[in-house]
Design a protein around this ligand. Structure first.
Ligand code: ADP
Ligand code: MG
Length: 238
């Protein structure tokens, strides 16, 4: 078979990057006004595993909030999967966030009175999907993070690493194209951290696009690529 036949006679357009930021800035109005991010250019291709490092207060979480459509740039453009997010109203941004982005935070944010399975199911509560299907997808997500045997457990009976796995299952249940993690091992000892990093490796190998913010070099070393933010600017690739 020739190349032309395989591509249907024409050259297939390459897929757009998952994330494309162009000259993005974020200023909080204050007073006092604070220019937290300046001139950020960043592309993250499908399947990339990027870590973002930098000193406390440098703007890492602000950048993650922009990437997660929790906040809007003051200037510049953000295309997610080729979609110009600046052109969307709040409702469309919320829908896009729900369908394409999974979040993992340092604090696991699990509901203490719900089982692991219920916590994962709740992620899709507002999607209007059928309860039986949600239950099935939650089971699959928990199996994927190695917690198929603890689905009925309450968070306070789980280790820190297991709790973070539940949070990761919750982030994955909607099949996002991008997983955003802000200090995902910040509350974990080294053994539990390693279990989360091993899971990220597996997810990356399976094709997931990951962006992980960390101040921990053990964490950033696992990513395929690292950028450093200093004073709101990309100070270089490591
Ligand atoms: P990092 O995650 O790298 O520690 P952040 O992105 O949380 O940094 O914060 C960067 C800077 O922006 C800090 O000086 C912080 O005080 C400021 N900042 C963050 N959010 C706001 C806000 N909503 N209003 C005003 N300043 C903010
Ligand atoms: Mg932060």
């Amino acid at each position: 078979m020739t190349l032309a036949m395989r591509t249907g006679g024409g050259m297939a357009a390459p897929p757009p990057p998952v994330v494309a930021l162009r000259q993005v800035g974020r200023t909080f109005e204050g007073p006092p006004e604070v220019e937290v991010l300046k001139g950020i250019d960043l592309a993250v291709a499908a399947g990339d595993y990027l870590s973002i490092v930098g000193p406390s207060g440098s703007g890492k979480s602000t950048l993650l909030h922009l990437l997660g459509l929790l906040d809007r740039p003051s200037v510049g453009t953000y295309h997610l999967d080729g979609i110009d997010t600046g052109a969307l109203d709040d409702r469309d941004r919320t829908a896009l966030r729900g369908s394409r982005i999974g979040f993992v935070f340092q604090a696991f944010h699990l509901l203490a009175t719900r089982t692991a399975h219920e916590n994962v199911m709740l992620a899709e509560l507002y999607r209007g999907s059928d309860r039986v299907e949600r239950a099935e997808r939650a089971t699959v997500a928990l199996e994927r993070v190695g917690l198929g045997h603890r689905m009925g457990a309450f968070p306070d009976t789980l280790s820190g690493g297991e709790r973070q796995r539940v949070a990761i299952a919750r982030a994955l249940v909607g099949q996002p194209s991008l997983l955003l993690a802000d200090e995902p091992t910040g509350n974990l000892d080294s053994e539990n951290s390693e279990s989360i990093l091993a899971l990220f490796d597996e997810l990356h190998d399976a094709g997931l696009t990951l962006v992980v913010i960390t101040h921990d070099e053990t964490v950033s070393r696992r990513a395929g690529r690292t950028i450093r933010i200093v004073d709101g600017r990309i100070a270089g690739a490591l």
